[in-house]
Design a protein around this ligand. Structure first.
Ligand code: PMP
Length: 295
């Protein structure tokens, strides 16, 4: 596979108050963020030039920093302006925005009370290739061995780099077995989420079930899709779901900024047939992000 490395591209990146050439957006190898995972980030999407739920992402970025005991040195308004400036500098209309903050190099030890916080925002083209037919075939997931940790073991509501260590390991293991992603259970054995997206199921009466986000990221897309489903008169139940309950579920889909609404055809040995409910939410989400409908 010919990869275009992310550190060798044309374009511009926001770094600590300035928009600079893409290849110059560097940090030192001795950075607390790199060694101790004191880094938080956001993944956002722009549709036709507008960042979907931009403000909520900015607020979550700040909340994630606070979970890791640091703060962003700029205001929400400045972050909003910087995101727009990055989109404009790169001429991006439909794209992905990655905003991130990390502790710098002043201290290189566990204690990091006096580090400065760095802020960067990058964006790249990511057209939403909306091909409902292909999407409706569904993706396949294996069930991961790694479990989402308890809120007593990690700052589980932060979108923090360290929490992705087990996601990468789970996704690699699934890919090696021919699956596209992995479903992670939580520390109690309940269904939690995929490695970078939340999960929903639909039962034989059309009722939608999704795990309570009490030990994983309560995705902005998850919340949007729940609202969308309710506006379409669908019933949404948030509850603890045991893996064996998947035998009774007819449809399954993932939600996330990158995944949008992605139907699932298989998780381990359980099979699902993406149908009416998934289809309405795939289409409804597209209408929503494109501003054709509002909730
Ligand atoms: N869970 C994880 C682990 C994620 O990485 C993401 C993607 N940010 C989500 C859930 C979905 O969150 P959102 O809908 O806010 O993108």
């Amino acid at each position: 596979m010919a990869l275009i490395p992310f550190d060798d591209r044309d374009g511009s990146i926001y770094l600590n108050g300035e928009i600079i050439p893409w290849r110059d957006a560097k940090t030192h190898t001795l950075s607390h963020g790199l060694h101790y995972a004191s880094l938080v980030f956001e993944g956002e999407r722009a549709y036709s030039g507008t960042i979907f739920e931009s403000r909520l992402h900015t607020e979550r970025l700040r909340a994630s920093c606070k979970f890791l005991d640091f703060d962003i040195p700029i205001s929400d308004e400045e972050i909003e302006a910087a995101k727009q400036a990055v989109l404009e500098a790169n001429g991006i209309v439909d794209g992905y925005i990655r905003a991130f903050c990390w502790r710098g190099s002043e201290m290189m030890a566990i204690s990091a009370q006096h580090t400065t916080t760095h802020v960067a925002i990058a964006a790249w083209e990511w057209p939403s290739y909306f091909d409902p037919e292909t999407k409706m075939k569904g993706i396949t997931l294996d069930v991961a061995d790694w479990k989402r940790p308890s809120p007593e073991s990690a700052p589980v509501h932060a979108k923090a780099a360290g929490l992705y260590m087990i996601c990468t390991l789970s996704k690699h293991a699934a890919e090696k077995k021919g699956f596209q992603d992995a479903l992670m259970l939580d520390y109690r054995g309940y269904i939690a989420e995929a490695t970078g997206a939340n999960v929903f199921f639909v039962d034989d009466e059309g009722v939608i079930h999704t795990p309570i986000a009490d030990c994983f990221l309560n995705g902005i897309t998850r919340q949007t899709v729940s609202k969308l489903a309710k506006s379409l008169q669908m019933k949404v139940v948030e509850r603890h779901i045991k893996p064996e309950e998947m035998a009774n579920m007819k449809e399954c889909f993932l939600t996330g900024t990158a995944a949008e609404v992605t139907p699932v055809s298989r998780i381990g040995d359980y099979e699902f047939t993406p149908a009416k409910t998934s289809r309405s939410l795939v289409d409804g989400y597209e209408d929503l992000v494109r501003g054709r409908i509002s909730l």
